[in-house]
Design a protein around this ligand. Structure first.
Ligand code: AMP
Ligand code: MG
Length: 435
């Protein structure tokens, strides 16, 4: 933990680095409790509640990895040509009662259980098959197959009693397949995190309404709700709130009564305005941070107390993440502070954001001492150059949502980093890895 004085949540007037702010958030949070059991097909993106222990060996038997001929690999020891008499055909799912004897083989299909006496499969295309008086004779030339090849071993994927997936796993398509491969129809996952979302500002209007002079449409609620959905959160939409203490208090009270987290945009810089501070001071221990970053400097975070009646079964606080109002700053703030925190609260095991290195096509002015996030478009190197390159997407103004929409990544210029020259490698967060 960084040294932040009395409480990690209160940094006073000092600017926190992005890393310090993220560490302070992570240290404060405790995952929610509560699970439910779902059909496997409905569990995509959910957080696995308990270790998933395999009740069976997968595969359950030694079986063939190829269409071919199964035989005893010991026959290859001579190093010469091997000739085997084919005694039958074995299909997947139809076990063979007998055994393969010396000088014999069995035609076998991929996935069929290897019969007793056979530990090796020569693929059909590598065997020469000749008609013989008593059926088929299979010839294997020296070197085409080694003893034990093309055999899938019992328990090779998973041994009985082993954890196939760990608690906290965010379930991906292959994971769901793995769950099904163990014979489970249902899986126990954490309940979804409930996130109350609202926008603030007297000048903000809902789409569909007229737009008086000086007003702007509310884009943050839409983009943030979508980002929350991608994280698997349940969104409680509390709409638009005027810059007014009574309205703010009433909406926050609704939020703490129903949600694990409150996510707001706008009005954080109004943290300087006493009435917002007063509302939040009454309701919890929210800290207003000045984070050394661009965009998104003002940010508030902290626990809101629940009234007795509203205290959830776990008695945990409701966490406020108050993002700046500028549409780009709000999304960047979401990625930088809320994304990992929400996963942590949801009980997901830490999945560090993948960082890609790409060559920057242009110079970027930057001074050390703050983290900067620029919208970028990452693409394969031009003219066949190896690796990735990134160019900046349009205007980098904090309110310009269009360039955020055109971008496919954030270029992360680290706290201590100085100016970037064209051709330098920079860190890149891919949007599709972020949410
Ligand atoms: P604030 O953080 O409230 O000072 O807002 C900063 C800027 O972001 C102002 O220009 C606001 O009009 C704009 N803004 C605030 N909230 C939203 C929103 N929900 N959608 C679009 N723009 C917003
Ligand atoms: Mg505002």
């Amino acid at each position: 933990m960084p040294e932040l004085g009395v409480s990690p949540l209160f940094a006073g007037e000092r600017h926190l680095s992005v890393d310090e702010a993220r560490a302070a958030i992570a240290a404060a949070l405790v995952p929610i409790v509560g699970t439910l059991t779902l059909p496997v097909g409905e569990a995509l993106g959910r957080v696995l509640a308990d270790d998933l222990v395999s009740p069976i060996d997968v595969p359950a038997h030694d079986n063939s990895a190829m269409d071919g001929y199964a035989f005893d690999g010991g026959a290859l020891a001579t190093g010469g040509d091997v000739a085997l008499r084919c005694i039958g055909t074995l299909l997947a799912g139809a076990p063979f009662g007998g055994a393969v004897g010396a000088g014999e083989c069995l035609r076998i299909m991929t996935g069929a259980v290897l019969p007793a006496g056979a530990d090796t499969v020569v693929p059909s295309e590598l065997a020469r098959v000749e008609a013989d008086v008593d059926g088929e004779r299979v010839r294997i030339a020296p070197g085409v197959v080694r003893a034990g090849e093309n055999r899938r071993r019992r328990g090779e994927d998973l041994a009985v009693g082993r954890a196939a997936l760990r608690a906290g796993r965010v379930l991906r398509p292959a994971d769901l397949g793995l769950v099904a491969s163990l014979g489970f129809e249902r899986v126990t996952v954490r309940r979804a995190l409930r996130v109350a979302l609202f926008s603030t500002g007297d000048e903000i209007r809902a789409p569909g309404e007229p737009l008086p002079a000086g007003c702007v449409y509310d884009s943050n609620r839409t983009s943030l709700a979508a980002a929350l959905q991608r994280l698997g959160c349940e969104v409680i939409d509390l709409g638009l709130v005027r810059d007014d203490p009574a309205a703010l208090t009433a909406t926050l009270q609704r939020a703490v009564a129903s949600a694990d987290v409150v996510l707001t945009s706008g009005g954080v810089s109004m943290g300087e305005a006493d009435h917002v501070r007063a509302v939040l001071a009454r309701m919890g221990e929210v800290a207003f941070w000045k984070v050394a970053m661009r965009p998104g400097r003002p940010f508030a975070f902290g626990p809101l107390h629940r009234s007795d009646a509203a205290t959830g079964p776990s008695g945990t606080p409701c966490w406020l993440f108050a993002l700046p109002g500028n549409p780009v700053a709000a999304l960047v703030g979401f990625y930088v502070f809320a994304r990992d925190a929400l996963l942590q609260l949801a009980g997901a095991r830490a999945t560090p954001l993948p960082v890609l290195q790409a060559r920057c096509t242009s110079a970027i002015r930057k001074r050390p001492g703050r983290t900067e996030f620029q919208r970028g478009i990452v693409e394969p190197g031009a003219d066949g150059a190896r690796g990735w390159q990134v160019r900046l997407a349009g205007s980098q103004g904090a309110g310009v949502l269009r360039s955020m929409s055109e971008a496919n990544c954030l270029v992360v210029l680290q706290h201590a980093q100085g100016a970037v020259a064209a051709g330098d490698a920079v860190d890149v967060w891919l949007f599709d890895g972020l949410v």
